[in-house]
Write a protein that binds this ligand. Structure first.
Ligand code: B3K
Ligand code: ZN
Length: 859
């Protein structure tokens, strides 16, 4: 398999200013005629051959300038058409079978409807085309299909003519005036109904908004529509970006590889990120819908109007758009809570990626299969990198840089370098050294030592960027760190400072500190780094109680627990020391429970223990069994110690009536948190309270929270409520997904057996990615089950990969990354994990997707 390198980029030899597509639609047979206007690209090397990418296609007819030709040939999957003049009209006819497309890339059938997914390289499964993001064309689409089967016919841009034929078919035309790359093409045909609304843009244009779903789902589209309108408004206010078509369509489909797709004017969404109502969606699901609707909408500028030159530049659109959706969600809800959630995702997913065999820079240098690079690094670390520029520039200057970027590159396929240059010029920053964040992988480690001498405080800072695959040596990067020095006596500080550590080592001195202050560092998580510092438990307790930066307060609480658990797992604590450590945490937690200046959403964050993944990340050779036991042991101890407080909290929160406002959501959050602690301390009581919460629930957040806790307990209530839940929701696929996931994720000692049994459940199928993820991603993220000491969890996921790979390689390949931990885990499990990777590698006929991930993981 070929390795594609960033340095090999060359512009395409031809321009395709226009394409006209004609579809004769059928679930089993769709005929596609494509007419391309082709012009020699003066900016590229001269060639007399037009290479059109294909994947599984056979040309039925090739016409050049009106004449059928047979001068074409195939080069692998690609169609090669010799062309001698400077401009030509090339017509190609192909035929495809959407119903057999289980990869869900290109044109496929889902529940009787037809839809497309083209990013990154799916368009070549529909017709032969230069399927690369730097070839921009205006699209005219005409489609014809049976009217009863496909009453709704949609494509990108604005609607044109439509009509009916005598044979029961009808047709529709769409025209997209904005030049776009093929990955943004979309088509949908199906029996759908729409929630319709309008939005008036800042220049006074009225835009029609439609959210298309299957008939029974219409009543669950209200939140998505509200989210869309808020996103449109916010992008005008905060980034000055206005929508640019007469219509914006969203279609929800239940078979989808990812969350959603930003096709121009026709976003296609996983139903999971459209449908929500209180009975079937949790508060987290509501946030997910709002965030993904915003993300895809924001791509209209960051991605579509300005697109990517090549796929190495993916973070140009994804990192920036993630930052935009994060800032939007911060503005819609609680800013600190959103920041904490985003950092938790970064640390839980991106940090392990960055320290494992799949580590890559946010702008990778090579790939075999681009689908493997839609990663937390490209998305989430990409967003953090742009956030750092914003922190250093300040909001206003950053906005100037963004304006300049959009102005300079509108209608172009740009690079990450173009973005950095625009921010540099527009915001007036020197980002010369900062560019290293784009080329170097690995999470920088920052260590800090405080020296107090007379009335001077000196911070000695040191950075180290660890070596990663292919990058043994690293250069220092500019690391913006917001900090504050607290006066212990009065519990306050004299203002925040922003220190940019841009050398391997640096010291900063602050004067006028008669007493040694307490350092609060990387406030708001200004830099995506790990901090190493010697802080006393006492100082952490102080910050956990007093820090006025909510993120830093959360951080101190986490650090307190992490430090203790690390020592406990390393066997460094005797019984007395363990008790002392637990007691310090217990006191801090008691303060959190009692603090009435905190809102419950924030209190809920402070109650969440660091995840097992994050703890494993802190250790060189982690033992998941020991970590699990210590973490649960601590939870149980805290639950016992604070039993009365948790019961009271649960009671108080249960009195709050359902609504979507912050207060009610906060109450639901702490309610289930209380139950989680009690479950470990007093299972009998928790079982009773959990069943009570389940029965009283008038919303999915409470019901699911209760069921999640019950699923981990060995009590009859577990069985009763799981059965009740299934019977209640068995016709709602998204809730059935939750039912699978709750069991796969549970703390129950027999979780492995439960997952095995669920794989044989009549509602389980490998054909639907949501269902696969609900069972197996949940399981792979359940440390005590996945990391079972005998390797059974590893075998199960390896079996799944091998079975899923021929059906849906993109989704199968995503299950490889959990095995990347094999280098950072105790030796027994390490060997078992490697064994499974080798077993997969030895299997014949692996997809390019899975093959690449397995080879890289073995390292
Ligand atoms: N751009 C799409 C991702 C498509 C990935 C296909 N392998 C969704 C998003 O990031 O908005
Ligand atoms: Zn995106």
């Amino acid at each position: 398999p070929t390795v594609i390198k960033r340095e090999d980029y060359r512009p395409f030899g031809w321009l395709i200013p226009e394409i006209a597509l004609d579809f004769q639609l059928g679930l089993e047979k769709t005929r596609v005629s494509a007419k391309l206007t082709v012009q020699r690209n003066a900016k590229a090397d001269r060639t007399d051959m037009l290479r059109l990418n294909g994947d599984g296609l056979t040309p039925l007819e090739v016409v050049v300038d009106g004449e059928v030709v047979n001068s074409w040939s195939m080069d692998g999957e690609d169609l090669m058409v010799p062309l001698v003049s400077d401009s030509h009209l090339v017509e190609i006819v192909t035929e495809i079978d959407p119903s057999s497309n289980t990869q869900l890339m290109g044109l496929y059938a889902s529940n009787g409807m037809l839809c497309t997914q083209c990013e990154a390289e799916g368009f070549r499964r529909i017709t032969f085309f230069p399927d690369r993001p730097d070839v921009l064309s205006t699209y005219r689409v005409r489609m014809t299909g049976p009217k009863d089967q496909f009453p709704v016919l949609l494509s990108n841009g604005n609607p044109g003519a439509s009509g009916e034929n005598d044979d029961g078919t009808h047709w529709a035309e769409w025209h997209d005036p904005w030049p776009k790359p093929s990955y943004l093409f979309a088509l949908v045909a199906g029996d759908l109904v729409a929630n319709t609304d309008t939005f008036t843009t800042m220049s006074g244009r009225e835009v029609t908004l439609n959210i298309y779903v299957r008939e029974g789902d219409l009543e669950r589209t209200g939140h998505a529509m509200e989210s869309l309108k808020k996103s449109m408004q916010w992008d005008e206010e905060v980034f000055g970006r206005e929508y640019d078509l007469d219509i914006f369509n969203i279609v929800a489909v239940s078979d989808f590889n990812m969350g959603a797709m930003e096709n121009k004017g026709l976003n296609v969404f996983n139903t999971k990120y459209v449908l929500a109502d209180p009975d079937t969606a949790t508060d987290g699901d509501f946030d997910g819908v709002e965030g993904v609707i915003a993300h895809e909408y924001f791509h209209n500028w960051s991605g579509n109007r300005v697109t990517c030159r090549d796929w190495f530049q993916l973070s140009l659109k994804e990192g920036f758009t993630v930052l935009r959706d994060q800032l939007f969600s911060q503005d819609m809800g609680s800013e600190p809570v959103k920041r904490i959630e985003d950092v938790r995702v970064l640390r839980g997913i991106q940090f392990p990626e960055d320290s494992g065999p799949l580590a890559h820079p946010i702008r990778p240098d090579s790939y075999r299969e681009i689908s493997n690079f839609y990663t937390a690094t490209v998305y989430n670390k990409g967003a953090e990198v742009i956030r750092m520029m914003r922190t250093m520039a300040g909001e206003e200057a950053f906005r100037k840089g963004c304006d300049l970027y959009f102005e300079r590159h509108d209608g172009e396929a740009a690079t990450c370098e173009d973005f950095v240059k625009a921010i540099e010029d527009g915001a007036g920053l020197d980002l010369t050294q900062f560019r290293r964040w784009y080329s170097q992988a690995g999470t920088p480690q920052v260590s800090v030592r405080m020296e107090h001498d007379g009335d001077a405080v000196t911070l000695h800072l040191k950075q180290e960027v660890p070596s990663t695959p292919g990058q043994p040596d690293k250069q220092p990067m500019p690391i913006p760190l917001k900090l504050a020095l607290f006066d212990k006596a009065n519990g306050s500080h004299r203002g925040e400072e922003l220190v940019v550590l841009d050398k391997e080592e640096a010291s900063v001195t602050f004067t006028d500190f008669a007493d040694k202050p307490v350092l609060s560092l990387n406030r708001g998580f200004t830099a995506p780094v790990s901090i190493r510092q010697e802080v006393s438990g006492e100082d952490l307790v102080f910050l956990a109680a007093h820090d006025d930066d909510p993120f830093a307060r959360y951080e101190a609480m986490q650090e307190l627990v992490v430090t203790h658990l690390k020592q406990a797992c390393a066997g460094e604590l005797d019984d007395d020391a363990r008790d002392a450590g637990r007691k310090a945490i217990g006191d801090a937690l008691a303060a959190v429970l009692a603090d009435d200046t905190l809102d419950d959403l924030m209190r809920g964050e402070l109650l969440i223990l660091p995840t097992q993944t994050y703890l494993m990340e802190q250790m060189e050779a982690a033992d998941p069994g020991v970590i699990h036991a210590e973490r649960q042991g601590l939870r149980g101890w805290l639950g016992k110690q604070l039993e009365a407080d948790f019961i009271a909290l649960h009671g108080r929160a249960s009195d709050m009536p359902y609504s979507l406002d912050a207060e009610a959501r906060g109450a639901r959050k702490v309610k289930t948190q209380a139950l989680i602690y009690l479950a470990e301390a007093n299972p009998a009581l928790a079982s009773k309270m959990g069943a009570g919460q389940y029965d009283a629930a008038d919303n999915m957040t409470d019901r699911q929270g209760a069921l999640m806790v019950l699923a981990g307990l060995q009590t009859p209530e577990r069985t009763h409520k799981l059965l009740d839940y299934y019977n209640r929701y068995k016709d709602n696929a998204l809730v059935v997904d939750k039912w699978f996931a709750i069991q796969a994720q549970s703390l129950h000692p027999h979780a492995i057996e439960h997952v095995k049994a669920l794989a044989d459940h009549p509602q389980f199928t490998l054909k639907n990615p949501n269902r696969v993820r609900s069972l197996y991603m949940a399981f792979a993220a359940n440390p005590h089950a996945f990391h079972a000491a005998d390797g059974e969890g590893y075998r199960m996921i390896a079996d799944l990969i091998l079975e899923l790979d021929p059906i849906n390689p993109q989704t199968a390949a995503r299950f490889v990354s959990p095995f990347g931990r094999w280098r950072r885990i105790e030796s027994g499990r390490s060997a078992l994990m490697r064994e499974q990777l080798e077993r997969i590698a030895a299997a014949g006929n692996l997809s390019r997707d899975t093959h690449e991930q397995v080879i890289r993981s073995l390292g």
